[in-house]
Design a protein around this ligand. Structure first.
Ligand SMILES: Nc1ncnc2c1ncn2[C@@H]1O[C@H](COP(=O)(O)OP(=O)(O)OP(=O)(O)O)[C@@H](O)[C@H]1O
Ligand SMILES: [Mg+2]
Length: 481
């Protein structure tokens, strides 16, 4: 009897110590792995693959699965997990690494996901491993569950916009990489004619409401804008303001990283709806031939056949310093619906900058500044803005610096501008360019009935030629005299 008790006590102590060893050393995980392998032998599994792309287009389910899996707490148990800082400074986000598995449980059934990345072509996919016995019971509701959870998570994150940039990996495959887009720039921050700003806003608002209208016309629900003007006049800031206004993600295409036209098409097809697609400094690329993309490639890019494949609800934006050297066909309505001119600073824009940057609405130096502007001197808003920022502690000093800069640097441009003004009408650059455009197409920039007809056809007639509208040329808003 005593022996049996001793034996039992011995076994108890052994098991106790064994358990401690198992857990302390981590051997328990090896044991669990063996147990799983043995259990797996008694089950038949089925695999479901969710590739990132459906041919060339993005597979939306992939993104949903991605969002869902990265929200699972079991991701911590994966063998290899990436850690990133979150939006808040002390927040850490976990992301599954490639070829790693993460487990999940649904309606009492265990499933496993593997984050696959092909070594050959870098193609990414998620593979769902599910027991055949559970499949019929849980697959459909499980996928539905993923949809619902990821939609909720996306909605929570809805305020966070993304900036996508195109990159080429080592295998020269082109793809988008994203980061949070949190440039807080709004239309209110931009010094621009109020009337023009309001026109753009209402144009965007009517675009947002236009789904049925575009559908009825059999057109792709997209609108394209050309922002043109000298450097530092706010074109890029305007792109950010538009994205924030629309609450759209931004796809910024770097043409120097695009190998050829078909790459450009691929990029377009891989963009999502509700996005702003931007090509900056287009004229520079075309002039310098520093890109392998041809003009016809860019034309195709903006054409509706291709964009119709890519999906709806997008804004295309092109920025350039001047449109004089651009093929007019490229800028015709349909390809580019609205032309917005960004001029150098005038006194009104200067006052907006002074109010925004220095908090000054009136100042004894303003009349002097106004006089300098009236003499034709000007600088870009960026140049004036920088002087104001650097001297923001003393508005008077800031204004003196601005006056000095306008009198020295600004005078050169002012003279150029003066001779432009003196050479005849007070047409803005946008007016001038559009008449040049029609001139080159029709063999004369006059306004003969034939030319008028042609302009009418292509929506090139100016909006009422008040100064207020000079910078805005929208095919939709044409006013035919
Ligand atoms: N119209 C403006 N109103 C307010 N700030 C402006 C304006 N234009 C430029 N800025 C300021 O100047 C800086 C440069 O502007 P931005 O990059 O938008 O100019 P850009 O026209 O895109 O120039 P580039 O052609 O050289 O790219 C920004 O920090 C912006 O805040
Ligand atoms: Mg820019």
């Amino acid at each position: 009897m005593g022996r049996i008790l001793c034996l039992l006590l011995g076994v108890g102590i052994f098991l106790f110590l064994f358990r401690i060893v198992l857990f302390k050393t981590g051997l328990i995980h090896t044991v669990k792995k063996w147990r799983r392998t043995i259990i797996d032998l008694f089950h038949v599994y089925q695999h479901f693959k969710v590739p990132e792309f459906n041919d060339v287009q993005e597979n939306h389910l992939y993104r949903k699965v991605y969002t869902y899996l990265n929200s699972l707490s079991s991701i911590e148990d994966s063998n290899f997990t990436n850690l990133f800082t979150g939006k808040k400074s002390n927040e850490i986000i976990l992301r599954l690494d490639q070829n790693q598995a993460v487990g999940d449980e649904f309606l009492g059934a265990k499933v496993c996901w593997i984050n696959k990345e092909d070594d050959e072509d870098g193609a990414r996919s998620f593979v769902l491993k599910i027991r055949k016995a559970d499949k019929r019971r849980i697959l459909a509701p499980y996928l539905q569950h993923i949809h619902t959870v990821s939609d909720e998570l996306e909605q929570q994150r809805n305020t966070e916009l993304k900036l996508f940039i195109n990159v080429a990996d080592e295998k020269k495959n082109i793809r988008w990489r994203s980061t949070s887009f949190n440039l807080p720039c709004t239309f209110e921050n931009i010094a621009m004619e109020t009337d023009l700003k309001n026109k753009v806003k209402s144009d965007l608002e009517s675009f947002l409401k236009g789904k049925q209208y575009y559908n009825r016309l059999g057109r792709v629900w997209k609108r394209s804008y050309l922002l043109y003007g000298p450097s530092g006049t706010g074109k890029s800031s305007f792109v950010a303001a538009m994205a924030n206004f629309l609450n759209y993600d931004v796809y910024d295409i770097d043409l120097s990283k695009v190998a050829d036209d078909s790459d450009l098409k691929m990029l377009l097809l891989q963009t999502r709806a509700k996005s702003v697609i931007v090509i900056e400094d287009l004229d520079r690329f075309i002039a310098s031939k520093s890109t392998a993309v041809s003009v016809s490639g860019i034309l195709n890019f903006t054409d509706s056949i291709l964009t119709s494949c890519a999906g709806d609800e997008r804004i295309m934006l092109f920025t350039m310093t001047g449109k004089e050297h651009i093929d007019p066909a490229m800028l015709r309505p349909g390809r580019v619906d609205v032309h917005i001119h960004f001029p150098l600073c005038d006194f009104a824009a200067f006052k907006t900058l002074a109010s925004n940057y220095l908090g000054v609405r009136e100042h004894k130096l303003f009349p002097q500044v106004e006089g300098i502007f009236q003499n034709g001197a000007s600088l870009s808003p960026a140049e004036i803005g920088e002087l104001m920022i650097a001297n923001r502690s003393s508005p008077t000093r800031a204004l003196k610096y601005v006056i000095n800069a306008l009198q020295t640097d600004g005078d050169r441009r002012g003279n150029a501008r003066r001779s432009f003004l003196e050479s005849g009408s007070r047409r803005s650059m946008s007016e001038d360019a559009s008449s040049e455009m029609s001139g080159s197409l029709c063999g004369g920039g006059g306004s003969s009935p034939a030319v008028k007809e042609f302009k009418k056809l292509y929506g090139l007639l100016r909006i009422k030629s008040s100064r207020k509208s000079e910078s805005y040329d929208a095919a939709r808003d044409i006013h035919v005299d």
